[in-house]
Design a protein around this ligand. Structure first.
Ligand SMILES: [Zn+2]
Length: 146
């Protein structure tokens, strides 16, 4: 019997990587991600049973509902799936204008992040970079590949 995704008990930590989520204390589901971030490694989850990649972290595979999900290091490369430029000050850490992008990693999962590019556009090839933060793990952002 297949479980429906809407019935799965997902902890509050299951949210995209943002300044707000990073500011929260990590938990058993996210601590490996942040430990790797300190080493400038971008982790995603991969199902050991069917090979499906996913991000943000979840306790089960979204493709086959296996509990056998593990962390693997992503290549850190991908493509801009969607983007927008923010022109007003929303958060203290970011001075506008800046670009918020949904990046589709080469492994498949999509991350909402910031994009560093002189010519930001959908379809642009990107690679992970890291924004340093005082007293917190670095945050994965993306920069255009020339
Ligand atoms: Zn699976």
């Amino acid at each position: 019997m297949a479980l429906e995704a809407s019935c799965l008990p997902l902890p509050q930590s299951c949210s995209p990587v943002t300044e707000q989520s990073a500011a929260r204390d990590s938990d058993a589901l996210t601590s490996r991600f942040w430990e790797a971030a300190v080493e400038r490694r971008l982790l995603v989850q991969q199902c050991a049973d069917c090979g499906h990649y996913q991000f943000y972290p979840r306790p089960v595979c979204l493709a086959c509902f296996s509990l056998n999900v593990r962390w693997v290091t992503a290549a850190g490369t991908g493509t801009v799936y969607s983007m927008t430029t923010v022109w007003i000050k929303v958060v203290a850490e970011l001075e506008p204008p800046y670009t918020v992008a949904i990046v589709e990693l080469d492994e498949g999962p999509r991350l909402t992040s910031n994009l560093i590019s002189h010519d930001p556009r959908i379809g642009q090839r990107v690679r992970v970079a890291w924004r340093e933060r005082e007293g917190m793990p670095p945050l994965p952002i993306f920069e255009a590949v020339q």
